[in-house]
Structures are given as C-alpha cells and as structure tokens.
Design a protein. Structure first.
Length: 218
C-alpha cells in the first residue's frame, strides 16, 4: 500500500509537470501556444522498501492525453541527472527529488511485477493524526498477468538499462523482458495483453498504458 501525508508541496505536482512536459521529445505541444495540463487522474505503485514514491499522472493538454510517471525520492538517484524532472519541498518529508520514473529501477520493477502477476495499482492511505485513512485512487489500473502463465524471474539482480524513447513510447530494457510505456495515450487502441490497462473518470473503456515483451534467450 502507498502511505501519503497531508502536506503542502512547493511547487505543486501539476506545476512541476507543466515545467517538465515541454522538455520532453514526446510532447509535441511545445512553446507558448501549449495549454496548461489538466489532471485527469493518477495511480500509484508500491515500493516494498517504503522509500520511493511511485505515482503516474494522466493529464490532458489541448485534448491530447499524456502519461507522466514520476518517482519521488528523499535523495538524488545516482546516474539519473538527465531524467530529473525537478525538485520540490514537501512540508512533512522535506526536500524531494522528482524523476521521470521510467529511469527509476524501483518503478520498473513495480510496473513489471504488476503486469506479470496481474495486480492492481497500490491501495492509498493518508496518514492523519496517527491514523491511516483510505483514499480512493483517481485512476484504476490492472496488470493482465501472462497469457501462458509463465512468469520470467526478476530476482534481486533485476537491473534495467537506461530508458530510450521513440515515437512517444519509452522502452525500458531489463534483459529478460522489455517494458513499453506509452507517453501519448491512444484512447481507441485495443487494451494491452500482456500489459497494464487503466480507466479514469470519463474514460470507462480500458486504455493501454504499458506493454511487456519477453526477450527469448536473454
């Protein structure tokens, strides 16, 4: 489960995303003519170690829907300077380094596990006055599992390579498998299988968010 805090964020997540998007090659709406991002929904994965926040935002800009996975860390991620989305101040946790999550191995492992095991996004709870209060996710996601029942072993040595992006699809190469994360969402495309699909308010038909490709002999 993902434990959240009632806190003030400076800048806000949406402000950080607005600064982040124009720097991305998969975001065609560059320049002063682009509208401001509108948040459609968000979902989370769980970091088993409880150290890294993993949250993916679904935003609309000028009618196009983008998927923006972010990871929140309490310290810099070594070697990931090129994927730093920005920093923010969290009124409870202090300084946070925010990365394009596709470059974060914790995100890659969480996405792969969710797809392989047919899991849902993380349940979310807000910590308030020493109690945990459930908070509904604004986007619902589910992994398909593997159609043939076979599950590649990730293991403790799971170490994905740096991501690469072409045609608004980011590929995370992890040896035994590749994860394809769709940055620009095609709301009319068939759901992924195997992969991760999601819905949010106003979008009741499952949308393909990511696919998984096994690499024979890797």
């Amino acid at each position: 489960m993902a434990i959240l805090h009632k806190a003030t964020l400076t800048p806000s997540k949406l402000q950080l995303i607005e600064q982040f998007l124009p720097r991305q090659p998969w975001f065609p709406a560059k320049g002063s003519g682009a509208g401001s991002p509108e948040l459609l929904g968000a979902y989370r994965f769980d970091d088993p170690a409880g150290e890294v926040g993993l949250e993916t935002h679904l935003v609309s800009v000028d009618g196009v829907v983008y998927q923006v996975p972010l990871s929140y860390r309490g310290a810099e991620l070594p070697g990931a300077e090129a994927w730093l989305a920005g920093t923010m101040d969290h009124s409870v946790l202090g300084p946070r380094w925010v990365y394009d999550a596709c470059a974060d191995p914790v995100y890659a492992a969480a996405l792969a596990s969710t797809i392989l095991l047919g899991q849902d996004g993380a349940e979310q709870f807000v910590q308030s006055d020493g109690k945990l209060e459930p908070r509904p996710s604004t986007a619902t996601v589910k992994g398909t599992g593997m159609p043939d029942g076979g599950i590649p072993a990730l293991g403790p040595s799971f170490s994905p390579a740096a991501p690469s992006t072409a045609d608004a699809v980011t590929v995370i190469d992890a040896g035994v498998l590749q994860l394809h994360v769709f940055r620009v969402l095609d709301l009319a495309a068939a759901p992924a299988n195997p992969g991760l699909n999601g819905t949010w308010q106003g979008q009741e038909t499952p949308v393909r968010l990511a696919t998984l490709v096994e690499v024979p002999g890797a």
